[in-house]
Design a protein around this ligand. Structure first.
Ligand SMILES: NC(=O)c1ccc[n+]([C@@H]2O[C@H](COP(=O)([O-])OP(=O)(O)OC[C@H]3O[C@@H](n4cnc5c(N)ncnc54)[C@H](OP(=O)(O)O)[C@@H]3O)[C@@H](O)[C@H]2O)c1
Length: 330
């Protein structure tokens, strides 16, 4: 019989709901507590999702000795503060992406995890999707030859509401840290950190970055063309162009349900068989966290500290080129 873990939610917003639904799929996970800045909201969330306890502050949550692991689902602007709060109380942390606002904050979070000998991982769920892993395996085996170009996008026409997180610069608003991080992740997983980059950017009605185009180049000559936007919809696909063919992760590529492959000489693209999954796919990262905790690890071997630091470092470079500043953080 495997150890059961008492999970807690910090910040009862939209993604916390979806994550909790998938957490129910895991027998090892016990939906234990939900914490909000407002006790009524915490109680309502706990009742709806089946958590045993509700707290009206994040501080009360971290003081509960029964809590094993906390999922941080607040805006990116607050991940650093909330991760430090949890880690200093020796609570294992699964922290939503973007891990932090900048590299400095992410480095402090990693240092805090090490000082407190406590688990910390960025909740980059794509890294754990069985279909994404299958695509990665094909690329790494160089079945299609060497990878030369990554083309990846993520855009949707977001509500133009200054009070909501997406356009609020105080909350790390803008498409880059919310959804542009996915195309950057798609290229990081395949090619590592770029040696050169260039951007084009449009800012929206609040001054938050609204659309961004990113061009990356790597030491081996490979390149990436990446984009994100809150101004329009896009096909939400990632293509890996290789010497002998290409691989495409179809809509919505970050949790892909369809992958197409084409090799030179083929008349048509072929579908790569992918397994059907239950739920939305957030269970895989949570399952992995519990495996790490079972093993006594404070760092995931799959979504390592270095991967998160490389990702945020690249995002910092993109922001520097594009002129995207987060006052109070940078
Ligand atoms: N992995 C994914 O697929 C995915 C999808 C969407 C979002 N995300 C990430 O998850 C995080 C949360 O996104 P979301 O869409 O769930 O946001 P959301 O609906 O706005 O929820 C964020 C929650 O954070 C809490 N919070 C604490 N301080 C806050 C502040 N100063 N202002 C606003 N809210 C504050 C609030 O909870 P209380 O009021 O209950 O305290 C709020 O409900 C973001 O970092 C985002 O990038 C990931």
């Amino acid at each position: 019989m495997k150890k059961q873990y008492n999970w807690a939610i910090l910040g009862c917003g939209k993604i916390a709901r979806k994550f909790s639904e998938d957490l129910k799929l895991l027998p090892q996970a016990n939906l234990y507590a939900a914490a909000s800045r407002n006790i009524e909201r915490a109680q309502e969330f706990a009742n709806e999702l089946g958590y045993q306890k509700a707290y009206g502050s994040y501080t009360e949550l971290v003081q509960d000795p029964q809590v094993d692991v906390i999922y941080i689902a607040t805006p990116h602007s607050h991940h650093h503060e909330h991760a430090l709060l949890c880690l200093r109380h020796k609570k294992a942390v699964l922290c939503e992406k973007a891990f932090a606002i900048n590299l400095r904050e992410a480095q402090e979070m990693v240092a805090c995890a090490k000082e407190n000998n406590t688990f910390l991982m960025e909740a980059f769920w794509t890294r754990f999707q069985p279909s994404f892993l299958k695509a990665r395996e094909i690329l790494q085996a160089e079945k299609l030859g060497k990878l030369k170009m990554v083309r990846s996008d993520f855009a949707f026409n977001a509500e133009k509401n200054a009070d909501k997180r997406l356009y609020n610069t105080d909350l790390g608003g803008g498409s880059l840290l919310d959804i542009g991080i996915y195309p950057v992740f798609a290229s990081l997983m395949a090619l590592g950190k770029p040696s050169e980059l260039k951007t084009m950017v449009n800012f929206g009605f609040t001054g938050a970055e609204e659309s961004i185009l990113m061009s990356f180049k790597y030491p081996n000559g490979a390149m990436a063309s990446l984009a994100s936007s809150f101004a329009s919809h896009s096909s939400i696909q990632t293509e890996y162009w290789c010497e002998k063919g290409y691989l495409r992760l179809n809509k919505r590529w970050f949790a892909p349900t369809q992958i197409s492959i084409w090799e030179a000489g083929m008349d048509h693209e072929e579908a790569v068989p992918v397994e059907e999954i239950e739920g939305k796919g957030y269970q895989f990262e949570a399952e992995h966290v519990m495996q790490c905790l079972d093993n006594g690890q404070i760092e995931s071997p799959k979504m390592s500290f270095q991967t998160s630091l490389d990702l945020i470092e690249t995002l910092d470079k993109v922001r520097a080129d594009a002129g995207i500043v987060f006052a109070g953080h940078d």
